[in-house]
Design a protein around this ligand. Structure first.
Ligand code: GLC
Length: 554
């Protein structure tokens, strides 16, 4: 059993993810700035936030909104300057909020100096910094791998007369971690940022850094004749050796945390990745995110699912981190559609759904990661045409859907349901023009519902998701079992209610969340001896949850 006193700062706090391009624009340019984040530190503080993950804001051509880094030591001018960043780190600390940088180390931008040099010839100093291969005899790509953003994962480079590998967009060439100079250059970057006083790192796409010993064709699974690169390259044997080196160089001896993005690691393998013997403090694994979309994440191939599928996935992650490591709880991030749409199969008000998810997120065991706007309960945006999307992956999924024989309307519907741009529309601060997020022309359309769903309106509404988040954040302080207690699933087979208890010494809380639009009876024995301490729809009745009601008993 843990005790709150024995936990690190990042285990006790709430983390919040900001997508800076859409948060708050202080320059009237249509995209957000770092100064905009600094201006909202009070707001973040009011949500109990102690760790602030900012998606990449380094100098970048922005093909993938910053996940294509040109210079890891510079801030992109669209976001401001390094002085703005230093100020955010400093002012954040004054608010008890530590900045968490996003390290994109699987790949760089093709405009990064490293790649420019590497691609210039076969015998320059950085010739083996990326993954280069000769063409097959007929001139075609070395393997049939499909990149995660669609199309071949290989791009021909005329200057070198070779192909290079890109797991993501062709403007994001994969680095060669086999090369010791590459590892050193990357660890230097992380140490440089750590020395600035950041509170930690989120490590992007880390399961792809180690390539297989032999590059071979994989089974074709679509009309494009390609095979998913993920199946050939994710989580290869030997990857942990590199990451132990990384941890020793960057993490050891510092009061920071590292959370890896680890698509391809199953809950059952978590103990090698996190905890005393692991390489990270926490790992974002995606078993629960795959429930509504399927493991292959092909948006035009719908999957059917039940609440017990979601419960099994969440339960497996909890059990895997029960005695070793720590769990980063999340329902949203900048790569996912809005959770109020993603995790419910019934109709009903989004605000009620948002409160159900928040009750689970903030009372389960682990550090909750809230994604900007999640606390307001947005739904997905309304998309009228494929041209309205900015995201490189959405465009690729659209083309793939057409190649699979879907008509334009069906392909658009699949993108509208799953697109990452749903999470990237401007933050809804108030009912003024462009939701108060920018005075310029917003880079993505502002959500239709912003006049009624925004921070200013919700601050005055006692039933709002925002005030529910604040209440739950406060509850974590008064009910220490919600932070440090053990976790045990209740009502495991129930298809309407997700339920668990948290226990710490003689303290006990029970979370009951009805994910359906029907009344959901339950055995009152599960809450015996407890009283409601947070009720999402006003005074509750023991033994029954109203449709989309969540209650924490303590
Ligand atoms: C990660 C990021 C995503 C990005 C990709 C490539 O999955 O979260 O936004 O597109 O890596 O860097």
């Amino acid at each position: 059993m843990s005790d709150v006193c024995n936990l690190a700062w990042w285990q006790k706090t709430i983390a919040y993810e900001v997508y800076p391009k859409s948060f708050l624009d202080t320059a009237g340019q249509g995209t957000g700035t770092i100064a905009g984040i600094t201006a909202r530190l009070d707001y973040l503080h009011s949500l109990g936030v102690g760790a602030l993950w900012i998606t990449p804001c380094y100098k970048s051509p922005m093909v993938d909104n910053g996940y294509d880094v040109q210079d890891y030591y510079a801030i992109d001018p669209s976001f401001g300057t390094m002085a703005n960043m230093d100020e955010l780190i400093e002012r954040g600390r004054e608010h008890g909020i530590r900045v968490v940088m996003d390290l994109v180390f699987n790949h760089t931008s093709n405009r990064c100096d490293w790649f420019v040099e590497s691609s210039s010839s076969r015998n320059n100093d950085k010739a083996d910094w990326y993954i280069w291969r000769d063409a097959r005899e007929d001139g075609s790509a070395p393997t049939n791998w499909r990149s995660i953003f669609g199309g071949s994962a290989w791009e021909w480079c005329e200057e070198r007369g070779q192909y290079y590998l890109h797991t993501f967009a062709k403007q994001q060439p994969d680095l060669n971690w086999e090369c010791p100079e590459v590892r050193k250059a990357l660890f230097d970057i992380a140490n440089w940022w750590a020395n600035k006083g950041v509170g930690g790192f989120r490590i992007d796409a880390i399961t792809y850094i180690k390539k297989p010993p032999a590059f071979e064709d994989g089974p074709i699974d679509g009309e494009d004749g390609l095979s998913p690169i993920h199946d050939a390259t994710a989580n290869q044997a030997g990857i942990l050796d590199y990451l132990h080196e990384f941890k020793a160089s960057v993490r050891d001896g510092r009061d920071i945390f590292m959370v890896g993005e680890a698509n391809g690691v199953d809950a059952k393998d978590l103990d090698q990745w996190v905890g005393d013997e692991g390489v990270f403090d926490m790992l974002f694994e995606f078993s629960h995110m795959h429930v509504p979309v399927g493991k292959a994440e092909i948006w035009c191939r719908p999957v059917t699912w039940k609440l017990t599928d979601l419960k099994r996935a969440l339960g497996a992650s909890q059990r895997a981190t029960a005695t070793n490591g720590w769990y980063p709880a999340f329902f949203e991030n900048h790569d996912q559609p809005r959770s109020t749409v993603n995790f419910f199969r019934c109709d009903g008000p989004l605000a009620k759904k948002a409160k159900v998810l928040a009750a689970v997120l903030l009372s389960t065991r682990g550090t909750p990661f809230v994604y900007q706007g999640e606390e307001l309960g947005y739904g997905n945006a309304t998309w009228r045409s494929i041209d309205e999307f900015d995201d490189v992956q959405t465009r690729a999924q659209y083309e793939f859907a057409l190649s699979e024989g879907l008509d334009e309307q069906a392909a658009l519907a699949a993108c509208a349901r799953f697109s990452r741009d749903n999470a990237r529309t401007p933050m809804q601060w108030d009912a003024t023009r462009n939701a108060g997020a920018t005075d310029g022309n917003p880079w993505l359309p502002v959500h239709d519902d912003y006049p009624t769903c925004n921070v200013a309106v919700q601050e005055g509404d006692p039933d709002s998701p925002l005030l529910w988040y604040r209440l739950l954040a406060a509850l974590r302080t008064s009910h220490t079992e919600l932070v440090a207690g053990d976790w045990r699933e209740l009502l495991a087979d129930d298809e309407r209610i997700l339920a668990f208890e948290r226990t710490l010494g003689d303290r006990r809380s029970v979370t009951l969340a009805n994910f359906s639009d029907e009344e959901a009876p339950y055995d009152t024995a599960v809450v015996a001896g407890l009283a409601p301490v947070a009720e999402s729809q006003g005074p509750t009745t023991a033994g029954t949850l109203r449709p989309l009601e969540a209650v924490i008993w303590g």
